[in-house]
Design a protein around this ligand. Sequence first.
Ligand code: NAP
Length: 240
Amino acid sequence: VVTGGASGIGLAISQRLARDGAAVAIFDLDGVAAEAAASGITDAGHRAIGLNVDVTDRARIDHAVEEVAEQLGAPLILANNAGQASFMPFLDMSPEHFHQVIEVNLVGTFHCCQAVLPHMLEAGWGRIVNISSSSTYSGTPRMAAYVSSKSAINGLTKTLAREFGPRGVTVNAIPPSFIDTPMLRASAAAGDLDVQASIATTPVRRQGRPEDIAAACSFLCRDEASYITGQILGVDGGRS
Ligand code: NAP
C-alpha cells in the first residue's frame, strides 16, 4: 500500500515496488489519478489497483485495506507518503490549520499503520516506510505545522520499530529534501522555496528525483534489510 501514490514521490515508490515484484495498491485523495497510475503499472506488466482514499478517513482506510486483501493479498508493505505542505507565518496560523496539517500528515500515518499492521503481524513479516521531511533536522521558518507533523512521524517510526520488531515488522523513515515533484514545484511557484539556491547548497549539486526516494524505500522493503529498523535514512544529496 502506497498512500499519496498517484503523484510525485508516491508514484515513483509505487512504480519501483511493482518492478520489484510487489502487487501495489495506490491510495490517493484523487481517485481518478490513483486509477490512472495503477493502469500505467498494469500496462507495464505488473499488478496494481488504484483506490480513492483520504488518509484522514479511518472508515474508508479500513474498507480499502480489506479490498486490497481480497484483490491483491494481505498488505505486507506500507509506504506512508501522503502529505500536505504548509507555509505560513506562525502568528497567522489558526489552530484549525495546525490541526488539519497534523491530521493529514501524522494522524493519517497513524490510521494507515493501525489498519495494515494486523495483516503484517499475522504473516510475521512486514515493512513500513514513513516519508517524513529533512525540515525536521533544523526546523524551517513558516512551516511550524508541517515540521511538527513530520517530526512526530520520526518519533512514531522509532516507537513502532521497537514495538513490532519482535514480530517481524521493520519500521523506518525517509526524510526527503528538495525532490522535484508537483508539491515542490507548487511551493517554488508560490515563492516559498528557491530551488536554484537549494541546489547550490546541496553537496551533490543537483535536485533530488522521486526515484531517489523510491530506491531507498525499495531497499528498506527487501528481506535483506531485516536488520534495519527505527532508522531515519536521509535521502537528500548530503544536505543534512
Ligand atoms: P505530491 O506530488 O503533492 O504528492 C502527494 C500526494 O499525496 C498527492 O497525490 C496528493 O493528492 C496526496 N494526498 C494529499 N493529501 C492526501 C490525503 N489526505 N489522503 C490521500 N492522499 C493525499 O507531493 P510529493 O512531493 O511527492 O510529496 C510526497 C511526500 O513527501 C509528502 O508527505 C511530502 O510532505 C514529503 N516530502 C516531499 C519533499 C519534496 O521535496 N518533494 C520534501 C520533504 C518531504 P492531491 O494531489 O489530490 O492533493
